[in-house]
Write a protein that binds this ligand. Sequence first.
Ligand code: TYM
Length: 337
Amino acid sequence: MENITEPKKRILSGIQPSGALTLGNYVGALRNWVQLQKEDIYECYYMIADLHAITVRQEPAALRKNCMDLLAIFIACGLDPEKEPIFFQSHVPAHTQLGWVLDCNTYMGELSRMTQFKDKSKKHENNINAGLFTYPALMAADILLYQADLVPVGKDQTQHLELARDLAQRFNNAYSDTFKVPEGYIPKVGAKIMSLQEPTQKMSKSDPNENSYILMLVPIDKVVKKIKRAVTDSGSEVKRGEGKEGVENLMSIYSAVTGKTMEDIELEFEGKGYGDFKGAVAEAVAETLKPIQEKHADLIKNKDYLETVYKRGAEMANKTAMKTVSKVYRKVGFIQP
Ligand code: TYM
């Protein structure tokens, strides 16, 4: 019999090195990246989105540190750089090359509707720059360059992803079939981890209240304290429901790090109070973060190894990305060099 093997599905995703990573980034994105990479039916490209980070002013030394930290965290979380590329976006010029073409195919109206642009413009009133505005077109380029089938992200990226799909279709209609139209991969649990202090707001490292977020590299005793101080409600039952956003958020975190379902968690804590529950969540999060932190601490000392990882990653990513750029440049009518 003929042996027909399905081609592997492509995955692309990225995280900005615009500060320390939060538990939200881990639960909503990184954790799923690792799982997807382990499944042999996917070919995964994971990048550190440094070009995106400068849409907000960055201190150069801090940016360099954040970039290397992020690379070490990716590996510490279980991504295998031997298997597939991990790279810095700025090492692959094709991102800006395709970004420009997509800028010229994106409408001002589409970009004006982006809620993240609106939020960030409010936060950085003195630096509402053109890059911050056109950033979703660059993100579309990131995805479309690799002809990605799937994009694992948290819920806050769905609007950007929708634009990437629209741009792919628009370009394909105008210039003939060129791009794969990507699908999002949004986890069922943990797609939007909320602030520990205001559970109707997303957990974010830019929150002025330090108790509202957990950073992945924070000392473990702080993690435990923050979870114990998390806002719940005046009731005592560990279950989902109206007015129980705080408890539900902790349940999502617990579910993500233990693999237990929300139903299992409700059963596990039936008849028990918030104290027991928070203790269990804190312990589970600490157990998850501890080995990642230890591995990160080892890796970050090994600059030579990290350099081989990102150089190799860029080489592999460049190869795939340049194929798409050449095709796009030919289709829009540029003379081949
Ligand atoms: P960024 O760097 O803000 O976030 C990285 C990933 O973490 C997810 N995330 C969360 N998930 C659950 N709960 C939270 N509180 C939470 N906070 C963040 C985000 O959804 C994201 O998946 N534009 C992107 C980076 C990017 C990208 C790409 C992603 C650049 N190019 C191409 C996918 C494909 C961003 O700013 O994510």
